[in-house]
Design a protein around this ligand. Structure first.
Ligand code: NAD
Length: 266
């Protein structure tokens, strides 16, 4: 395989599990040095770190709660201090706290907004500060790249998940506004909107045959997505192959945003 990210230094948030862990592996295989962010027990990131290093890549563990300003700053300081800078941020950390609106606590609302939206802002702000302090890039390469992990729920309303849908709608316009603001500094900012991807976040769905059958009716392509489907899209957005792409959301959803209910309504 060609090493599309050789010499590149990437921080991936929420890289101890699911989509973020696979992005860390794929980026390392493509030659990047990877900062593996996680929250909580250090052991949680061990598997990702080991897999990156077994593949010959360089990796650094970055414990930090992305929703805390000091944590986000320290994470970038630690990584840039060790590797001399940073070229790519994948703002991927996120979670759900589901409840009907009438039952939703303020805490459940705030936790999701703080991590999914404010956490992406705090990390993107640190990334932009570092990119601007680094030498201008050669022709055909951005000074820095930010990938915001959104969701099909940046456009599809989602009953029972109004905090999550609001956070992802917010991510979408934060991403586009930031992209507009920093494009002339040669910083590219894009989003990925995954559909249903088989990770711990939705295990209740894919581990239950009836729930899985209901889900598949929403996916024209006829299968659930895998973390690698998203990681390969992230690799393209992080590489120079997408040098003229900024401010766009790449949907990786097997057609979930194609109004599949209309197939049966001819
Ligand atoms: P996951 O639960 O497997 O992974 C989430 C990661 O985020 C974990 O590593 C977790 O430790 C980390 N995290 C949570 N809060 C954090 C915090 N405050 N600071 C640092 N890290 C924190 O879930 P996943 O499916 O891999 O989700 C990754 C991203 O993809 C999320 O933003 C999610 O909204 C998005 N997404 C997932 C799907 C899907 O179907 N799986 C679909 C659309 C979007």
């Amino acid at each position: 395989t060609d090493r599309q990210l050789s010499q590149q230094r990437a921080i991936v948030t929420g890289a101890s599990s699911g989509i973020g862990a696979q992005i860390a592996r794929v980026f390392a295989r493509a030659g990047a040095t990877v900062g593996v962010n996680y929250r909580g027990a250090a052991a949680a990131a061990d598997a990702t770190l080991r897999e990156v290093r077994d593949g010959g890549g360089q990796a650094m563990a970055l414990p930090a709660d992305v929703s805390k300003e000091e944590d986000a700053r320290r994470m970038f300081d630690d990584f840039a201090g060790r590797f001399g800078g940073v070229d790519i941020l994948v703002a991927n950390a996120g979670l759900q706290k589901d409840a009907a609106a009438a039952e939703m606590t303020l805490e459940a609302w705030r936790t999701v907004i703080d991590i999914n939206l404010t956490g992406q802002f705090l990390c993107a702000r640190e990334a932009v500060r570092r990119f601007l302090a680094q030498a201008p890039p050669p022709q055909g390469r951005a000074r820095g790249k930010i990938i915001c992990m959104s969701s099909v729920h940046e456009v599809i309303p989602w009953a029972g998940h109004i905090n999550y849908a609001a956070s992802k709608g917010g991510v979408m316009l934060m991403m586009k506004s930031l992209a507009q603001e920093v494009a002339d500094k040669k910083i590219r900012v894009n989003g990925i909107a995954p559909g249903a991807i088989r990770t711990p976040i939705n295990e209740a769905v894919w581990s239950d045959p009836a729930a899985m059958a209901a889900l598949l009716r929403l996916i024209p392509y006829g299968r659930i997505g895998e973390p690698d489907d998203v990681a390969r899209a992230a690799l393209w957005l992080a590489s120079d192959d997408s040098d003229y792409v900024t401010g766009t959301t790449l949907f990786v959803d097997g057609g979930m945003t194609l109004y599949p209910a209309f197939r049966d309504n001819g």
